[in-house]
Ligand binder design. Structure first.
Ligand code: PRP
Length: 207
């Protein structure tokens, strides 16, 4: 699995704003949208393009379009806050959804929603979730996508714990993981340290 930790001043500055406990829900959502734009941009750096003819107001020229737009798959709830900007960057992309809730004591995810095309053969996928903690939720998601035949699975997380990265790597179902930060680890409640708290609660309120 290709791991890309995006080292960029504007990503770093937004990440500090997102981590700040004083950011209210509206600010958290706004900063997450900015970060999503930057992470999707980096995640699509090597995306396949097709050459096309373009007529400018002045002259004909050549251009490109994305050859096979990826399916966007937010992991609800927290991944919902990344959808608008991912769609803005990839306007032709279709959208699927996976809904998972992590049990507070076992830290294992329970699935409550799967809204995905049955057959994903030949389709690249971009999975969106602000947080990768133990990796249980992401392993469930990428294995589900691979089981339906997804071709190239890219995971985009804002912050990732090393344990989560290792779990996703070990399951073998993701090709690439793009994150703004590889954090130090997990606390006793399996929260990312230093992390940013609970990205679902910080956008939408307590569940
Ligand atoms: C959070 C987060 C991830 C998951 C990460 O969601 O958004 O989906 O936990 O934890 P893991 O790597 O240990 O599985 P949560 O279950 O709190 O649900 P929410 O997004 O609805 O708040």
């Amino acid at each position: 699995m290709d791991l890309r930790v995006i080292d960029h001043p504007l990503v770093g500055a937004r990440l500090a704003m997102l981590r700040d406990r004083r950011a209210d829900n509206a600010r958290f959502r706004a900063v997450l949208r900015d970060l999503t734009t930057m992470l999707v941009y980096e995640a699509c750096r090597d995306i396949e393009v097709t050459e096309i003819d373009v007529q400018t107001p002045v002259a004909p020229t050549r251009g490109v379009r994305v050859a096979n737009p990826p399916l966007l798959v937010p992991v609800l709830r927290a991944g919902l806050g990344m959808v608008d900007q991912a769609q803005a960057m990839l306007p032709e992309a279709d959208l699927g959804m996976v809904g998972l809730a992590r049990d507070e004591s076992t830290h294992r995810p329970t699935a409550y929603l799967e809204s995905l095309p049955e057959d994903l053969s030949g389709r690249p996928v971009l999975v969106l979730d602000p947080m990768l903690a133990t990796g249980g939720s992401m392993v469930h998601t990428v294995e589900l996508l691979r089981g339906r035949g997804a071709d190239a699975v890219t995971v985009i997380c804002v912050v990732a714990a090393p344990q989560g990265v290792e779990a996703v790597r070990a399951c073998g179902a993701a090709d690439r993981l793009v994150t703004a930060s590889l954090d130090d680890g997990l606390d006793a409640d399996a929260f990312i340290v230093p992390g940013l708290g609970d990205a679902g609660d910080r956008q939408y309120g307590p569940r």
